[in-house]
Design a protein around this ligand. Structure first.
Ligand SMILES: [Zn+2]
Ligand SMILES: [Zn+2]
Length: 434
């Protein structure tokens, strides 16, 4: 993880000449000093660790897909949730993987029932265990973070319902509050109930209108069927990884093991190929899904709010650095001392907001240039932020379908107060979890 903030220095501006072109540089000691004229020192972060050949190729493909989709949007095509040939192929491949698991289970039952004079029972049990290991899993509710149900947070769930209606889906069943600088949606349980995870550090630095945009993006993933798709593909990937584990080579093999390793070479390469293929096939659909979710963000919260969320994403590293600094200071005993009426975690969100508000425009601009240079993205699944932003700003700007009112906002923050305290305490005590 690279961090954008430089050394912890005095707050305040200094000026110095650019060592490359001599232009005057205004510098804020908390951030990287760089030159807007000639890009000197624009990206001093440690070079992204040398990725393997495969990873580099994947990144290149991601960027190419992103640029092509952007081209389509710019050409006036509206993004629609459709599966292209690659998406359908990925779906079929995943279903075939699950088909093998089903076949193993059926085989297990058949051997157990017919018995085959005892031998069938052994084979049946073996196949049953195999099928059980490979079975698709439904995730459970997390137990390491505060969870809110509809009754705990009626105003928040009301807002979620309102945004959900705008993007053409229903609301969620549970909201989890986490210490991440992110938000996400997933399903849990066999009935596909819906979980929205709100990372408090992100939520706290957003304006009410930006929060609606973020909700629009996340709920948009439901209306586009991304979570259902993700469940099928994700489980197939998992199943293939387990198969690969079964045929993994034994290290320091004996003669017999070396022979087995050799025999397994064929299925191993086949599985490796299937895993890579499935990933490659879903790459484009994933990108399309993100652009689509962004358009939902704009529809719910306005194009302006959705674009300003992208701006915040550019400087999230700085928020992370600030929170880490608070946690570290606390751990080495240099932090704010708790007093009778004030604990060290109190006011954490206010301090975070103040930090974000103090980030100079030059830092945003630097991050924009770094993003364009590196093809920066929030994570491996999202297209580069600068492409998402460009895509949003192509075409006529949308006004907000949902606008926050002060009453709802204050009720929501009351509903989140307990969870917010828990997360702040956790960050100060244990640092940022990943
Ligand atoms: Zn310069
Ligand atoms: Zn997304």
């Amino acid at each position: 993880m690279s961090t954008s903030a430089g050394a912890v220095g005095a707050v305040g501006e200094t000026t110095q000449p650019c060592p490359q072109c001599g232009a005057e540089i205004r510098a804020d000691g908390r951030f990287t000093v760089w030159c807007a004229g000639c890009d000197w020192n624009v990206d001093p972060g440690q070079p992204v660790a040398e990725h393997g050949k495969l990873e580099r190729r994947r990144r290149r493909l991601t960027r190419r897909h992103g640029e092509r989709l952007l081209g389509e949007v710019a050409a006036g095509e509206t993004l629609r949730p459709r599966r292209d040939a690659a998406g359908i192929a990925a779906h079929l491949l995943a279903l075939a993987v699950h088909g093998v698991t089903v076949a193993l289970a059926v085989g297990a039952v058949w051997f157990l029932v017919t018995g085959w004079g005892g031998a069938g029972v052994v084979l049946g049990v073996f196949l049953a265990v195999l099928a059980w290991t490979l079975r698709p899993r439904f995730s459970e509710l997390p137990d390491d973070r505060p969870l809110l149900g509809r009754a705990d947070a009626p105003a928040l769930f009301g807002l979620i319902d309102e945004v959900a209606a705008v993007v053409g889906t229903r609301g969620v069943d549970t909201v989890a509050v986490s210490a991440e600088l992110n938000a996400s949606v997933t399903t849990y349980g066999i009935r596909g109930r819906r979980l929205l995870t709100l990372g408090l550090p992100l939520w706290e630095i957003l304006t009410p209108q930006e929060r609606i945009a973020v909700l629009g993006h996340e709920l948009g993933h439901y209306s586009n069927g991304d979570t259902r798709h993700g469940l099928i593909i994700g489980n197939a990937l998992r199943s293939l990884s387990i198969w690969r584990y079964f045929v993994a080579p034994t290290p320091d093999p004996t003669l017999v093991e070396a022979f087995v390793n050799l025999v397994y070479l064929v299925p191993r390469s086949l599985l490796q190929g299937l895993l890579a293929l499935l990933d490659r096939l879903t790459l484009r659909a994933t990108q399309r899904a993100e652009y689509l979710a962004d358009s939902m963000a704009a529809r719910a919260g306005s194009t302006e709010a959705a674009a300003s969320v992208m701006n915040r994403f550019l400087v999230l590293d700085s928020a992370e650095t600030m929170l880490r600094r608070e946690a570290n200071a606390q751990q080495v005993g240099r932090g704010r001392r708790g007093t009778a009426d004030r604990e060290p975690w109190q006011g954490l969100w206010e301090r975070l907001r103040a930090h974000m508000a103090s980030i100079p425009e030059t830092e945003y601009e630097r991050q924009r240039r770094v993003a364009a240079l590196r093809g920066h993205s929030v994570d491996a699944t999202h297209p580069p932020t600068h492409l998402r932003r460009t895509c949003l700003l192509t075409g006529p700007p949308l006004s907000a379908a949902v606008t926050p009112d002060a009453g709802t906002e204050s009720r929501i923050s009351t509903e989140l107060a307990a969870a917010s305290r828990t997360v702040a305490q956790r960050i100060v005590k244990h640092g940022l979890a990943h």
